[in-house]
Design a protein around this ligand. Sequence first.
Ligand code: CA
Length: 239
Amino acid sequence: METTETKKKILVVEDERNIAEVLKYNLVKAGYEAEIASDGGRGLERAVSGEFDLILLDIMLPVMNGFDVCAHVRRVSQVPIIFVTAREEEKDKIFGLDTGADDYVTKPFSFKELLARIRVNIRRSASEVVTEKKAESGEPVTIGELTIDSERYLVTKNGEPLELSKKDYDFLAFLAANLGVAFSREQLLEEVWGYEGYYGDIRNVDVTVCRLRNKIEADPSKPEYLMTKRGIGYYLRKP
Ligand code: CA
């Protein structure tokens, strides 16, 4: 029986040899498998191979720059991409150009911070795969009077559609997919808000819970669906 978890594989696209080697060394030390591609062309070729769980992508690269690599990868793959930028001003371009990047770090960065970003992005992409699979089945989930239709991003109560923001929907859908399981506010921030949440405020979670209770509960002060688990956090249950 296979008991060891397979190591996550990370592609490091970086032309500066020492930076690439240091990254690889630290990634391996942190329990990942790492491979280096030292120009954009090779980076693209390897990034679309489907072998990697995450790509660390430099911007100034020989053959093809990081923005172009990212745009090409996105045509065929949803693998998480974290840009590793040399300059603060490049970060504006990353999202301004709509490259499809998931995150960025600015050099010089702390390896601890980078590892945290890597963990969040790999986990988020894994949970998106699960959600996509559920959505593919096309079956709306019914919990008591609530129905969550992941194909249409729609939640109804007794057949009446509820007006929810995307985050409210994501929050509810995440708890619904893990019915009865309590999550801490930190976990919910990471799972629902992703990297944004990593630097966010855990009070966002409480505010979202409050807003959702007002919409889904008959009496928001005596919730029957969205429950507080004292000392832990929140969970969703079938009343
Ligand atoms: Ca470079």
